[in-house]
Design a protein around this ligand. Structure first.
Ligand code: TXA
Ligand code: MG
Length: 368
């Protein structure tokens, strides 16, 4: 056990303020420090220090073949990390940095610990758009490897309290900068022969990528199928159990929202009769439709960004309140805009269990 240090900082990331200076000093000494970014909280370590990076994998319980994203505060740091980016990569940096976009680039040999890249010849780099993150990275002065600051498999942390719940006593410090903004992780892309491939959908949407690139630049968005294919795990982390509550969750999908709600309630009632502690993942607009032990509202359907922002905290509620039989509305189904990332995380949280509202209705009716 370590005594975990807590600092509360304002929204501004003045690198001179004591909390940031102390946290940066710990990073430079090879310690682990969690900090807010605009997506989720990250668990940082000096990317050049193999012992420090090894400690990230140990604290998270993370499989060692899943590479880490390297965070920088300034583009001048790229010269020591990666080969000279091509024109397409430069354009993406111009358009989206600082921001929730990770770009996979050819690594300079020896630039970061081999544990960061999990033996790949590439490294994912991002410049976060959170003033506290930028202030900390600038004060540390080194490239910082930082996965999401959760125990492996748990929903990513969007508040310092989530980090504390998972990692208190296991890391040197937590910089509390309040709730994160986007709520889902960065989009991970690779640039291949001028085309941009989305390896993990996230805070920057496919539509935004297309709009920022010259007409005719292909943006390949089939990330889930590409990354899930056993023979081509391009963003290696995508193949693991992720974001999942401890209970068992299924998504109820269907075009008719009323039918979805009816199916969910019928199944909740049945589970309740069988003695289960039940939970439903819903939105402000539909919350009144449900009776369950835990009615977790992630956001407003009319504002998809709010669903992204609230998803992980809502999933954590099921664990906190002990709900084990869980059903979710099909947020992001169809995959437009930020919905692609929401659907990706929700599907993983449900470990692929998707029930059709219509079929469920029919088969249950047939049994009556
Ligand atoms: O928003 C985020 O990206 C957050 C915050 C803390 O910055 N970080 C984050 O890190 O989500 P993590 O470790 O949970 O996810 C990293 C993802 C994994 O899916 C990993 O496989 C992929 O990025 N990745 C990292 N390096 C890669 C590489 N060289 N090639 C392909 N995929 C890579
Ligand atoms: Mg993660």
């Amino acid at each position: 056990m370590t005594q975990t240090h807590y600092w509360t900082v304002g929204p501004a990331g003045d690198p001179g303020q004591p909390a940031i200076r102390e946290a940066a000093a710990l990073l430079r000494q090879g310690e682990l420090v969690a900090f807010p970014t605009e997506t989720v909280y990250g668990l940082g370590a000096d990317a050049r220090n193999t012992a420090a990076v090894a400690a990230i994998f140990a604290a998270k319980g993370r499989p060692s073949d899943n590479p880490l994203i390297v965070h920088i505060a300034d583009r001048s740091q790229l010269a020591n990390l990666v080969e000279r980016p091509d024109e397409t990569a430069e354009r993406l940096m111009d358009a989206f940095w600082p921001g929730p976009l990770t770009i996979v680039l050819p690594a300079l040999p020896g630039a970061v610990s081999p544990l960061v890249t999990a033996g790949l010849a590439t490294v994912g780099v991002r410049m976060p758009a959170h003033p506290v993150a930028l202030g900390l990275l600038a004060a540390a002065g080194c490239p910082v490897a930082a996965p999401s600051a959760n125990r492996s498999g748990r929903p990513s942390p969007t508040q310092a309290a989530h980090v504390r719940a998972d990692l208190d006593g296991a890391i040197a410090g937590i910089v509390d900068g309040g709730a994160t903004g986007v709520g889902l992780e960065s989009t991970v892309v690779a640039v291949e022969d001028g085309a941009v491939r989305i390896l993990r959908p996230g805070g920057v949407t496919a539509e935004q990528l297309r709009a920022a690139l010259p007409a005719g630049t292909a943006v390949l968005a089939g990330a889930e199928t590409a990354a899930d294919a056993a023979d081509a795990p391009r963003a290696p982390g995508m193949k693991y159990r992720h974001y999942a509550p401890r209970g068992s969750m299924a998504i109820v999908a269907g075009d008719d929202a009323d039918a979805v709600s009816r199916t969910i309630q019928r199944r909740l009632d049945q589970a309740k009769r069988e003695g289960e502690r039940t939970g439903v993942l819903t939105c402000e607009e539909h919350a009144h439709r449900y009776r369950a032990d835990v009615v977790a509202v992630c956001g407003r359907l009319a504002e998809p960004e709010s669903i992204a922002r609230g998803l992980f905290a809502a999933l954590r509620r099921f664990d906190d309140e002990g709900a084990a039989f869980l059903l979710a509305e099909p947020f992001g189904h169809g995959g437009q805009g930020i919905g692609a990332a929401v659907w990706n995380r929700l599907r993983k949280a449900a470990e692929g269990r998707i029930v059709s509202a219509d079929e469920a209705g029919r088969s249950e009716n047939a049994g009556l």
